[in-house]
Design a protein around this ligand. Structure first.
Ligand code: S3P
Length: 435
């Protein structure tokens, strides 16, 4: 397939009321837990992204019937915690680190062998962070040299609970251990150096599991069954983030983003943007399937550079590409530190953003765990997405404030998390076209 590129340039002030697609993290987990539950679960607001569809396809291959009555809806006919069938080939997680890491915990506890594979980007991402605690629980998982995918998971092992303190703040690792813990003998406890998103814990509870959790701590007993339930997936804050930044930096903009999920472990960018002077209001707060949602009303405002508080980093871990663009258009430098995890995302996001912004004319000082962004006029030029959806979308925003056109190479992966981003962006005023 030929590579798809975009050209972004200065558009109109951004206007309108946008519906952002469903949350990726919640959609993955909803499919997984619904598949393992006893009974039929309905998922509304499911993200029709490549990542989450890959997860649904994996469960279908293991004998779970999943109906799609209409776009963004799934009816999942759960098979029970012990009802998955051995797949007849490898399980392809596509680009999804969440899919592969969470599944590693689940597959480690099954009676059959399985192999988890991913695309080129996922095949470079570290998996020892999950295989190490799972091996402590009694799992047998082989990786490629260096702890990289594919993961060959040996079934038929009996797992036992552990008390595990995470080395990196990672919801994916926590979730892998908890999902394995559901099948383990005794209790499994996970402790975190900094609290991370707690969707697995909340959703296990929604499916009737007895799980104790508080920020930074989760504990469950093995051998429990799950009860089918209906899940309403909120709009993904990480997708909304691109529009929050775009409307903040394009003069004359005023956008409403409807019913966005505001789980506190996700909204670090809101705080960072407000520290930079952004004008973002929350209206129509409501509870939506156990998650707080609100409309976000964002108006253009002059931004100034900040030192991003280190304690916000885990709560905005997916939002740094967007933050870098906000910083590029602010007054005065912005400093990011404590964010070494960005180097092992879908691309090395510190390097991808630094290289791209430099290509547009800015000075960026990179450090091992962060960067200082020195703002200035964006000249336009050519940038690479490095096959990373969030890098592609970040530079689409940068184009709205550039003096010249920004050509963004290799944008196909945007469909992993935000199908229809370009249409929504154009409808709100972006100048963004296929190259
Ligand atoms: C996710 C957790 C985060 C995040 C990813 C989704 C999840 O990864 O970056 O996009 O759904 O649990 P880490 O757990 O590696 O921090």
């Amino acid at each position: 397939m030929s590579q798809q590129d975009w050209i972004a340039s200065t558009g109109q002030p951004l206007r309108g009321s946008l519906t952002i697609p469903g949350d990726k993290s919640v959609s993955h987990r909803a499919i997984m837990l619904a598949a393992l539950a006893d009974g039929v679960s309905r998922i509304d607001g499911f993200l029709e992204g490549e990542d989450t569809r890959a997860t649904a396809a994996i469960f279908a291959r293991m004998g779970v019937r999943i109906d799609t009555p209409s776009a963004s809806q799934r009816i999942v006919h759960g098979v029970g915690v012990d009802g998955l069938r051995a797949p007849d080939g490898v399980l392809d997680c596509g680009n999804a680190g969440t899919g592969m890491r969470l599944l590693s915990g689940l597959m480690a506890a099954q009676a059959f062998d399985s192999t988890l594979v991913g695309d080129e980007s996922l095949s470079k991402r570290p998996m020892r962070r999950v295989t190490a605690p799972l091996q402590q629980m009694g799992a047998r998982i082989d990786t490629r040299e260096g702890g990289l995918p594919p993961l060959r998971v040996h079934g038929g092992q009996s797992l036992h609970g552990i008390d595990y303190t995470l080395e990196v703040a990672s919801a994916q690792v926590k979730s892998a251990v908890l999902l394995a813990g559901l099948y383990a003998q005794g209790e499994t406890t996970v402790r975190e150096p900094h609290p991370t998103r707690d969707y697995t814990e909340r959703m296990l509870a929604a499916f009737g599991a007895d799980i104790e959790f508080s920020p930074g701590h989760a504990c469950l007993r093995g051998g429990q069954r799950l009860r089918a339930t209906d899940i309403a997936v909120p709009a993904d804050f990480s997708s909304a983030a691109f529009f929050l930044v775009a409307a903040s930096i394009v003069p004359g903009s005023e956008l409403r983003l409807q019913a966005v999920g505001l789980n506190p472990r996700r909204t670090g960018l809101l705080q960072a943007l407000r520290l930079m002077g952004a004008d973002i209001r929350e209206e129509n707060r409501a509870e939506h399937g156990g998650e707080t949602v609100a409309d976000l009303l964002v108006r253009h405002a002059p931004l100034h550079g900040i030192e991003v508080p280190v304690e916000l980093v885990p709560d905005m871990i997916d939002e740094f590409p967007a933050l870098f663009v906000a910083a590029a258009c602010a007054l005065g430098p912005t400093r990011v530190s404590g964010a070494a995890e960005l180097r092992v995302k879908e691309s090395d996001r510190l390097a991808s953003m630094a290289t791209g912004l430099r290509a547009l004319g800015l000075q960026i000082d990179e450090t091992p765990d962060g960067a200082t962004i020195h703002p200035g006029p964006l000249r336009g030029g050519s940038v690479q997405s490095h096959g990373d959806h969030r890098i592609a979308m970040a530079f689409a925003i940068a184009g709205q404030c550039s003096q010249g056109e920004v050509r963004i190479a290799d944008i196909a992966n945007v469909a992993t998390s935000f199908p229809g981003f370009d249409d929504l962006a154009r409808a709100s005023g972006f100048a963004l076209r296929d190259a």
